[in-house]
Design a protein around this ligand. Structure first.
Ligand SMILES: Nc1ncnc2c1ncn2[C@@H]1O[C@H](COP(=O)(O)OP(=O)(O)OP(=O)(O)O)[C@@H](O)[C@H]1O
Ligand SMILES: [Mg+2]
Length: 259
């Protein structure tokens, strides 16, 4: 069993898209993954095809509070065959250490007790490096940091590294670090995007996946009023972002299996 946590303090860099693609990629690889949406915005939930009409059995705040098990709270993904999701709701914003004293370590300890019938866990986090994101980083076997191709890309990653070294690594999970950097929304023609990619290559070397190109099909794959959301690799499997995701996610999954 491998626990993958997708994190990065900045908003809108592609965390939830990457989480959705990882869930789909693990299913394609013959695994049976479950997603945990720790963001109250619920975008990972939407990428997994859950809509207002979907019958929900529980949500991630209940899981963190110990009021529901994985099995109680799991919903079969309507659009990613063979996967399940535990939805994120606004109730996540109410969680405090007063109510949940083991907020930082409880999820890790719970998941280590077994995740049957699921083979792997994919956790999406909110655009913050505090609160439930710490919970998810402590629980992780593999930390994945999507990064948008902007000037402050390295700064974003440095902040996450710092949190992993201090808040997570010092006592709760020694050795915690960013395992994978996934460059997102890559514009192939842009000089700046290429410069940033080179910088990332120098710093992260073989921990950098192939970049995911900017592609309108990604936006289109997300839910519309007429249709539930789905990963772009399911919505439009031959489009360029899908090709990139298949390669990037494949690299991450194969490395996980080898370690
Ligand atoms: N490769 C891409 N090409 C075009 N649009 C993309 C691409 N990747 C992501 N997007 C779009 O960027 C927006 C943000 O993506 P996403 O929700 O995955 O980011 P996030 O980091 O989870 O955001 P938040 O911090 O709000 O949770 C979405 O509208 C998504 O459709
Ligand atoms: Mg998100």
């Amino acid at each position: 069993m491998t626990i993958y946590t997708v994190a990065g303090g900045k908003g809108g860099v592609g965390k939830s898209s990457v989480a959705g693609e990882l869930l789909a990629g693990l299913a394609r690889a013959g695994r049976k993954p479950i997603g945990l949406d720790l963001d109250q915005q619920g975008n990972f939930t939407s990428w997994a095809g859950v809509v207002d009409e979907t019958t929900i059995y529980g949500h991630t705040a209940e899981l963190l509070e110990g009021e529901a098990t994985l099995q109680d709270a799991a919903t079969d993904s309507p659009t990613i065959p063979g996967t399940s999701i535990i939805v994120g709701t606004h109730k996540l914003s109410d969680l405090t250490v007063q109510d949940v004293p083991d907020l930082a370590t409880g999820l890790r300890d719970y998941l280590r007790g077994g995740t049957e019938p699921w083979s792997d866990v994919v956790i999406d986090t909110p655009p913050s490096l505090a609160g439930v994101t710490i919970t998810a980083l402590v629980a992780a076997d593999i930390v994945i940091a999507p990064v948008s191709m902007e000037r402050e890309a390295l700064e974003q990653l440095n902040r996450l590294e710092e949190v992993l070294r201090t808040k997570v690594g010092r006592r709760m999970r020694p050795g915690a670090r960013i395992d994978w950097v996934v460059p997102t929304r890559f514009r192939t023609g842009g000089v700046m995007a290429r410069e940033i990619l080179e910088e990332l290559q120098q710093t992260y070397g073989d921990r950098l996946t192939t970049p995911i190109r900017e592609d309108v099909k990604v936006r289109e794959a997300y839910r519309s009023p007429r249709r539930p959301g789905r990963p772009v690799t399911i919505h439009a499997p031959t489009t360029r972002a899908s090709q990139d995701y298949i390669e990037a996610i494949g690299t991450i999954i194969r490395a996980g299996a080898n370690s």
